[in-house]
Design a protein around this ligand. Sequence first.
Ligand code: B12
Ligand code: SF4
Length: 645
Amino acid sequence: MKIVFVTLNDRPMLPYNYVLFRSYCEQDESLRGFSWQAIYDARVNTHDLLNQIEEPDVVALSCYMWNTKRTLYLAKLIKEKYPNCKILAGGPDIYDNNFLYEYPWLDILVYGEGEETFKEYLLGYDLDDIMGISYIKNGELKSNPERIRSTKPFLDTNVYQNKLLDPHVEYLKSRYNMVWALLETNRGCPYSCSFCDLGVSAMSKVRQVSDEDVYSQIDYFSRHEISNILITDSNFGAFHRDLTIIDRIAKSKDETGYPKSLYATWAKNSNERVFEVSKKLKDHQLGWGTTLSVQSMDEQVLSAIARKNIPLTNYTTLHKKYAENKIPTYTEIILGLPLETKQSFIEGLGKILDISDGEVNEIRIWELFLTNSPLNYQREKYGIKSVLAQQNYQAGHPEEIEKKEIVIETNTLSREDWVYCSNFGEFLIACHNGKILKFLAKFLHDYRDIPYHVFYQGIFDYVSEHSMEKFFSRGKEIFDDYSLNGHDKKGNPIPANNKISYQKDILNIYKKYKSKRQRIFDFYWLMINENLDDFFKDIISYLKCDKQLLDVCQFQKDIILTIDYDPDVGKVTEYDYNWHEYFFEQKELKKKYNVIKFSDKTKGYGIKHIIKKGDYKKFITVGLGTNLTDPINHHILTEYESLSA
Ligand code: B12
Ligand code: SF4
């Protein structure tokens, strides 16, 4: 028998599901000796993938947010070419029996955990006896009872030890010079957030992978020089064992240089252990930051999405601790959750800045997807309306373009409010995380009692009608078109998350930078940067500045990295207050004439990007950064000496 396992990854990543399923099935002696093939490289075009497949008997599909349409399209082509093969589709994006009618080339849908189901199928069980599947029998839909999740520790299949992955490590290294691997240390989540695919009760029991298996996987990563590890657990740091796992990974890195980086979804109820894990990651230069997630800052909303059980109380202390230890933190918030209003959302963003004392390194505003989550079935209750939006930039046959439903209205948030909040959010990220107004905002918050959200919203509304009118109204138009149709007036798609992929007017602006940034907050950061004088004129006139405010505005404007900054010369500036000491050295604010010389030559946290005056291509990387840890050391000048001391 020939089995083809399709698991199209989002990046150059080892085909974990293939090896997991194969190892599991091969534990049964009668299933050894089959021929298996893994199809996983999403960078190869669909027809070339098809050409790699020969005479399959069984095709297994792993369907996720990022690959479902393409996987199903590939499956259609496979079935056309090999009509006798059987096709099974599983994964978190398989949740609706209608798929059997919509994609009639599928033979079986598999729900939930799939190893045992797949094994029973290969063993030739009668379909009626396999739990957790749906299929068409004699023209009628048959849906078997849900499979009860095993309570045993799972795996023990020594996934990474049995050499099945070796050729794929070589393939990825030779083709991409980069290898990502998944590390699963447990599965399931004790929480039940209603917007989440894992928030279903069937997944509430957390099952552990044995210590032995986890450690042997880590050894495999080091031995095979695999750089990037993505831990699949839903709450890494929640278990005491996680500290030992990190120690083991750190030891491997110290001894062999691998893995080089580690990414995780952090425990929601963030605690001392998560901090300890994060600190270890930072100390061994493995980490990229820790999520202190909230999803919403409104108690009513948290209650509606069943997330009330994750308390917000200790965030201020935690943020402080992370900041003191120079560990980047990022906080996620979702727009469009039930009971959220325009006001509660905007206040929520302000509260995030408040509880982090303005120091949150990155705020991420996520759109709310409607897939296999409990919320998907509460549309009426919350007046949920959605738009079908393309996922990211995609080329290829129209049938393989990934589209997902995104919430753009509820009975407490009108579509217009959604547009406003989206646009405001991009501005806030550009100005606070991008540090264009961060210091001014902090001063006004600390010394003039102006709440963060009041400051940012006031400025946003003002500049939207003045210096930034052209750009912010374009951003608004994009959100408006997106929420109405998922595409712009010319019919060009506006992809979820990365909004600007097809909008020529904006891409033209980027031409001189010889690079394109697809997020609207990046676009805003660059446009404000290009129009800094006018932008600050607006700020000064909006704030009706007194002398002290004028001085802090000047400081804020001076430290922003601009294209004409010359690292060979530096920048000399003067102020009536000791702003640099107050903001950068946590000293008391004093009236004191001082002259400062800024002398930054590079920017970047890990990789140091060299600043070059007038070089637009470099400027976009230097100023905006390339990866998620970058906000720590980009955007502004930070190297200085006092000439007046
Ligand atoms: C790793 C990961 C990623 C990686 C991608 C990894 C890759 N392969 O390329 C990254 C970080 C890039 C990522 C990104 C995103 N992700 Co993600 N991600 C995960 C994560 C943490 C692990 C998935 C995994 O491989 N688990 C290990 C496998 C073995 O378990 P499993 O997936 O549950 O599979 C079991 C069953 O589904 C089934 N099964 C799977 N395949 C098959 C096939 C067959 C034939 C059968 C029978 C059964 C079967 O059996 C498996 C074992 O029992 C999950 C959360 C989680 N803890 O599961 C989220 C998750 C898959 N991601 C999710 C989301 C929403 C996203 C994003 C959209 C987030 C965002 N807002 O941007 C992005 C999308 C990226 C894009 N390009 O569009 C959702 C998906 C919901 C859905 N309906 O698909 C999940 C479930 C998180 C959540 N709780 O909501 N993600
Ligand atoms: S959002 Fe996170 S904490 Fe909530 S159910 Fe999903 S995985 Fe669990």
